[in-house]
Design a protein around this ligand. Sequence first.
Ligand SMILES: NC(=O)c1ccc[n+]([C@@H]2O[C@H](COP(=O)([O-])OP(=O)(O)OC[C@H]3O[C@@H](n4cnc5c(N)ncnc54)[C@H](OP(=O)(O)O)[C@@H]3O)[C@@H](O)[C@H]2O)c1
Length: 283
Amino acid sequence: MPRVLIAGCGYLGEATAGLFVTRGWQVEGWTRSTEAVQRLSAKSYSARAVDLSDRAAVMACKTNFDAVIHCASTRGGDVDLYRQLYLEGARNLVARFTAAKLLFVSSTSVYAQTGGESVTEESPAEPTHPAGRVLREAEQLALEHDGVVARLAGIYGPGRSFLLKSLRAGDAVIDPHNDRLLNQIHRDDAATALVLLSAQRSTRGEIFNVVDDQPIRQSECYRWLAAKLNRPLPSVGSLPAKRKRGWSNKQVSNTKLRGLGWVPQYPTFAEGMENSVLATYEL
Ligand SMILES: NC(=O)c1ccc[n+]([C@@H]2O[C@H](COP(=O)([O-])OP(=O)(O)OC[C@H]3O[C@@H](n4cnc5c(N)ncnc54)[C@H](OP(=O)(O)O)[C@@H]3O)[C@@H](O)[C@H]2O)c1
């Protein structure tokens, strides 16, 4: 039975762990907190609190794995925290699990393009913000160790959609001067991508964008949601000029991932919202 470590068994990690179990893998999930381990205790895989930015704690792990997925998130924080978790975390994993295939979960925020252009894995990934540059360093490390990099778009799914949340909270704004294209991915489609990228041999040393089929303008998302939920449209205003990973405006392509046979269950935001997310929200 192949073994996988999900280092960062949170919103996406948990969905991915469940999928691996159904495919016959033996799974171990790591979280930072013991509270999260408690929450995972009813699952059909083991969970442990191991701080992956702590070299000694990672080196003390007794089990070996075929695949290791770095899927932990700082949930914000400054560049030092990014460095500790993403870069040092990845370094610790490659130091301990020398024989495993490392999958580093990165972000499409590394593409700083602002002209609405189409972006593939071959396009420049030159983030202007320090947090994005740390992600690039961690990506490079994974590639140098023959690992694979998954650049994920904004994750949404059951219980999570920042657009829906801000619309419901009344703090959504439509900025006609900054009506960006949003690139998104449903959590369950991201999970199938991570399983595929871990299992396929040909993905070693490669980068893959993990994004649905259709980028959508922010205003369009809000209009769709407002109509669906019978709520007023957000007011017109200005979005903050600065953002940690930088404002970008681009259409991220999933052609390379689709070339592996990956088929998203929710190819558009509307389909994901309609068929999965809205049913789980109390409207
Ligand atoms: N959210 C997005 O839109 C988005 C977009 C692009 C890429 N990504 C990437 O996708 C991945 C998954 O994101 P997510 O939304 O599933 O994150 P999440 O729900 O916040 O879960 C993060 C997980 O990482 C664990 N963790 C945090 N620090 C850790 C540490 N030092 N050692 C061990 N575990 C640690 C957390 O444990 P605790 O619960 O105990 O804190 C939690 O289980 C991340 O790599 C993130 O950067 C996310």
